[in-house]
Design a protein around this ligand. Structure first.
Ligand code: COA
Length: 260
C-alpha cells in the first residue's frame, strides 16, 4: 500500500516503516498518525513480518514532535481527538505482539520521544537528542509521554524532562534507561540490523509472550502479572517452536524456528 507520509520496506521478516516528512523533521500531523495506525495494523496481521523497525527519514530527526503548525489552530475538542488518536497509535505499537525497534538518527522530541518510548527497543545515534519540550509551547505531552517516561525512567526524570522541556543527549537518555543502545551515526544501520535480524529468527510466540507479560504485567498487581507469565509460558508448549528450541539444545545444534 502506498502512503503519503510513510515509506515501508521489507527485508526477510523485518518490516521497516519510515516517517517520511524530512522537510518538517518528520513531525506527526494527523494524516501521518492515521497512516502509522494503518501501517502498524498491517504489520500486526502479516505473519511474514516478525519484527518492525520504525525510523524517520534523513539523518537529522527521528521525529521532531507533533505537528505544531497543525496544532496551532486546534480547538480543545480537536486537541482531545488528536491526543486520543496519538495515544491509541502508541498503544497499538506497544501492544503489537511483535518486537518493534526504534532507529533514532537525530531529534526525538515531544511526540517523537513518545513514539520512541512506545517501541520495545531504542537504538540511537550519539547525535540524537531527546526531550519533552511541550511546556515551552504552553502544552503538556499528549501521546503518553508523562506515563511512559514515568514508567521507563521514574518520577524524577519524568518530572525533570517534562517540567524543564530541556533536550538531553543520547548518553543521558541511555543512563536513564530510555535508550537501549547508543552508537556512532555510521554504525546505526549495522546495530539496528543486528538486533532486528536476531529478533526475526526468534520464536514469535515466545517473543509475544514476553511482550504480553512485561507490558501487561507492568500495569497490574504482581499476582496478575505472574498469571500472564504462567499463561504465556504454558502457551509456548503448544508450539512446534518450543519443541524445536529444546530439542536443538539437547542435540547441540542451532534451532530453526518456523513460527508454528
Ligand atoms: N512541527 C511542525 N514543524 C516542525 C516541527 C514540529 N514539531 N519541528 C520542526 N518543524 C519544521 C520547522 O518548522 C521547519 O519547517 P520550515 O522549513 O517550513 O520552516 C523545518 O521543520 C526544519 O526545522 P527547523 O526548526 O528550521 O530546524 P532547526 O535545525 O533550526 O531546529 C529543532 C531543529 C528540532 C530544534 C526545532 O525544529 C524544534 O524545536 N522543533 C520543535 C520541537 C518541539 O517542540 N516538539 C514538540 C512538539 S509538541
Amino acid at each position: 500500500m502506498a502512503y503519503r507520509n510513510l515509506l515501508t520496506h521489507d527485508e526477510g521478516a523485518v518490516r521497516t516503516i519510515t516517517v517520511n516528512r524530512p522537510d518538517k523533521l518528520n513531525a506527526l500531523n494527523l494524516d501521518t498518525l492515521n497512516e502509522l495506525t494503518l501501517a502498524f495494523g498491517q504489520a500486526a496481521q502479516d505473519d511474514a513480518v516478525r519484527v518492525v523497525v520504525l525510523t524517520g527519514a534523513g539523518d537529522k530527526a527521528f521525529v521532531a514532535g507533533a505537528d505544531i503548525a497543525e496544532m496551532n489552530a486546534y480547538t480543545p475538542t480537536q486537541a482531545l481527538s488528536f491526543s486520543r488518536i496519538g495515544q491509541a497509535l502508541m498503544l497499538t505499537i506497544e501492544r503489537l505482539g511483535k518486537p518493534v525497534v526504534a532507529r533514532i538518527p537525530g531529534y526525538a522530541l515531544g511526540g517523537g520521544m513518545e513514539l520512541a518510548m512506545a517501541c520495545h527497543l531504542r537504538i540511537a545515534s550519539n547525535k540524537a537528542k531527546f526531550g519533552q519540550p511541550e511546556i515551552n509551547l504552553g502544552l503538556i505531552p499528549g501521546f503518553g509521554g508523562t506515563q511512559r517516561l514515568l514508567r521507563l525512567a521514574g518520577r524524577g526524570a519524568a518530572l525533570e524532562l517534562c517540567l524543564t522541556g530541556k533536550q538531553i543527549d543520547a548518553a543521558r537518555a541511555h543512563a536513564l534507561g530510555v535508550v537501549t543502545e547508543v552508537v556512532e551515526p555510521e554504525q546505526l544501520d549495522t546495530a539496528v540490523k543486528a538486533v532486528a535480524e536476531a529478533l526475526s529468527v526468534a520464536a514469535p510466540r515466545a517473543a509475544a509472550g514476553i511482550l504480553d507479560a512485561v507490558l501487561g504485567g507492568g500495569e497490574c498487581a504482581i499476582e496478575q502479572g505472574l498469571d500472564y507469565e504462567s499463561q504465556g509460558f504454558a502457551l509456548c508448549f503448544a508450539t512446534e517452536d518450543m519443541r524445536e528450541g529444546t530439542s536443538a539444545f539437547l542435540e547441540r545444534r542451532k534451532p530453526q524456528f518456523k513460527g508454528r
